[in-house]
Design a protein around this ligand. Structure first.
Ligand code: CAA
Length: 286
């Protein structure tokens, strides 16, 4: 069986840091890249903080944390990805940025068999695939937040993705990262977001219309439907900017009103109320 010993993760925000942490905990050498030295340092702090919380909660020992940290290195130069066998990009949900990253990886990753996976939530995988010289080795690999907790990974082969790439990615996700996979179509939102996002947007519309408070909507879904968190708390976790970008992609593809981002979501993003990561969204985290 093929084993991925050297993983690259590009983008060390919410998703990238979670992916890097999980891989390092499972014995894989991880090189995490960010755009600047400062952002790479912030990524290191995010992962270290998460591992430290794991120790505090008695989930992992100090030794396991230290071993994971020793397997992680950070860079702000994508050129250092040259020796990676598998790279997952998890940069901002922006078509130009993602295209640029995947094209750079295509040039620098030396192994011609290396898989270039994208954690995009909503962009067509095929658009990223055909931007490279190896469209058969580009695949969607969509993780869920928080990555260390959520076991699902959606695998999204594009029309150009080779069967072998899909098999190798499935084995890597299940056998090495310990995740459960579902195969999803290369259509905006794949399986989970195509169902989840209209629900989240409906909750925003409910707040916008003044028909219920954020607290009551969340309590309703938590206690009435046993969801671990209500839709507005979940939007704060996902990030309102990310949610807006996903909704824009969905609306662009399907042109159905249920996918259109409500004005309140746009205004909150414009105001910098992005949720937990900015300290304020539907709730205050300061
Ligand atoms: N890393 C590791 N473990 C973590 C963690 C993290 N970042 N965050 C929480 N946990 C663990 C805790 O250690 C705890 O474990 P135990 O129960 O074994 O002690 C458990 O998760 C629960 O955590 P908490 O007690 O701190 O808090 P909670 O019970 O409120 O759970 C939550 C927090 C895990 C986020 C939970 O509320 C949840 O699952 N919410 C739903 C999240 C969800 O739906 N995610 C999908 C978003 S959609 C997406 O990601 C796709 C996209 O493209 C937008």
């Amino acid at each position: 069986m093929e084993t991925i010993a050297r993983l690259g993760v590009v983008g060390c925000g919410l998703m990238g840091s979670g992916i890097a942490e999980v891989a390092a905990l499972r014995g894989i050498d991880v090189l995490a890249a960010e755009a600047t030295r400062e952002a790479a340092e912030a990524g290191r702090r995010r992962i270290t903080g998460s591992l430290d919380r794991g120790v505090l909660r008695g989930k992992i020992s100090e030794e396991v944390r230290d071993l994971a940290l020793a397997r992680l290195s950070f860079t702000h130069d994508l050129g250092n990805m040259a020796d990676r066998q598998f790279v997952i990009e998890a940069v901002a949900e922006n078509r130009d940025i993602k295209t640029n990253v995947i094209q750079t990886l295509d040039k620098v990753v030396a192994d011609p068999r290396a898989v270039l996976a994208t954690n995009t939530s909503s962009l067509p995988i095929v658009d990223l695939a055909v931007a490279t010289e190896r469209p058969e080795q580009v695949i969607g690999m969509h993780f869920f937040n928080p990555v260390p907790v959520q076991t699902l990974v959606e695998l999204i082969p594009a029309l150009t993705t080779a069967e072998d790439t899909l098999d190798r990615t499935r084995r890597f996700a299940t056998e090495q990262l310990g995740k459960v996979t579902v195969q999803a179509p290369d259509r905006s939102g794949f399986v989970v977001n195509a169902l989840l996002v209209p629900y989240l947007l409906a909750a925003v519309r409910m707040v916008e219309s003044g028909s219920a408070s954020a607290e009551d909507i969340d309590r309703g879904m938590e206690l009435g439907c046993a969801h671990p968190m209500g839709p507005l708390r979940l939007l704060d976790l996902v990030g309102l900017d990310t949610a807006q970008a996903i909704a824009d992609s969905l609306y662009d593809e399907y042109r159905e009103p249920l996918y259109a981002p409500p004005a309140l979501l746009r205004r909150m993003v414009a105001a910098g109320r992005l949720g937990r990561k900015s300290g304020r969204g539907f709730y205050d985290y300061s």
